[in-house]
Design a protein. Structure first.
Length: 292
């Protein structure tokens, strides 16, 4: 089973100690966010076949020797790392883009460029970040990440109720405007970014947005990808295709995170309803607890 850690929260940035405790214990308990039932995920050697990290800051995992612990388990690693370089009004507490890039260079040096997927995700169109800004910003980041990875995954911000509410609050506080583009505008943006990505040896993939499939130079993303993990491991890793929602091409995985636990405070986040709640949960979590 492939372990996802985690599209519900940033485990490397905020829960690296907990993750390594669970690795030592050989299991993690997870509460289903949609039903409430608790199930156990086997993390013992041989039971899990690899891990996909979703993060904006790998430093705590580096500091605690997390990659060495995973190597000792025989697990291949793929890092899905978000680097967008947005203004602080949108990203209030993430690390600087160049620091994030250096972390990804470190991963690529250890595991190869197949171990890194850069996420320019989500694309948020605001008066601070209009289309021309995105083209320039994306090209700047492509230059920095050229040779570090072969893929950049993207999507457009989804208008979930909590996302719209938090974006509206950030816009009022920051004095900017934002809008949700129509599909025609999205396709135009994707086509432009795909050309820039290709110029830097990167493939642009689009995450779980089937209405945008077919834009020239793009492919659907497969964020949990047994093929990519196999390339990192140097051996075949089997998995069945089982996406998390319609239009998702991911292979089957078990996510060990929890929603409303990431205190980064990104205005467009889909995984946190109220940042203050996420901060309280982070501050109160038990490093040795079986469940995050």
């Amino acid at each position: 089973m492939i372990i996802s850690a985690s599209f519900r929260t940033d485990i490397p940035a905020f829960y690296a100690h907990w993750f390594l405790q669970r690795l030592n214990a050989g299991f993690a308990d997870v509460r289903n966010p949609y039903g409430g039932q608790v199930y156990r995920v086997d993390l013992s050697p041989g039971a899990a076949t690899g891990v996909v990290f979703w993060t904006r800051n790998l430093q705590p995992l580096f500091t605690l020797g997390g990659f060495e612990a995973l190597r000792a388990q025989g697990w291949p690693v793929v890092v899905q790392a978000t680097v967008v370089n947005y203004p602080r009004m949108l990203d209030r507490s993430v690390i600087a883009w160049d620091t994030a890039v250096e972390q990804l260079r470190r991963v690529a040096a250890q595991y190869g460029p197949r171990a890194v997927v850069w996420r320019y995700d989500p694309i948020v169109l605001t008066s601070l970040t209009p289309i021309d800004w995105h083209r320039d910003n994306f090209a700047h980041l492509c230059r920095a990440l050229c040779g570090v990875t072969d893929e950049v995954a993207t999507s457009f911000v989804e208008p979930y109720r909590k996302t719209s509410r938090n974006m509206a609050a950030a816009a009022r506080a920051g004095g900017f405007t934002w809008h949700l583009p129509e599909n025609e505008e999205k396709r135009s943006v994707l086509a432009a970014l795909a050309m820039v990505a290709a110029d830097h040896g990167l493939r642009l993939t689009v995450c779980t947005q089937p209405a945008l499939e077919g834009v020239a130079g793009t492919r659907p993303a497969r964020c949990v990808d047994a093929g990519r993990l196999s390339d990192v491991a140097g051996r075949p890793i089997a998995a069945r295709r089982k996406g998390n929602r319609p239009g998702c091409y991911c292979d089957e995985s078990r996510d060990i995170g929890a929603y409303d636990t990431c205190p980064h405070g990104c205005a467009y986040c889909y995984a946190v309803s109220v940042r203050a709640v996420a901060r309280r949960r982070h501050d109160g979590h038990g490093r040795s607890a079986p469940m995050l």
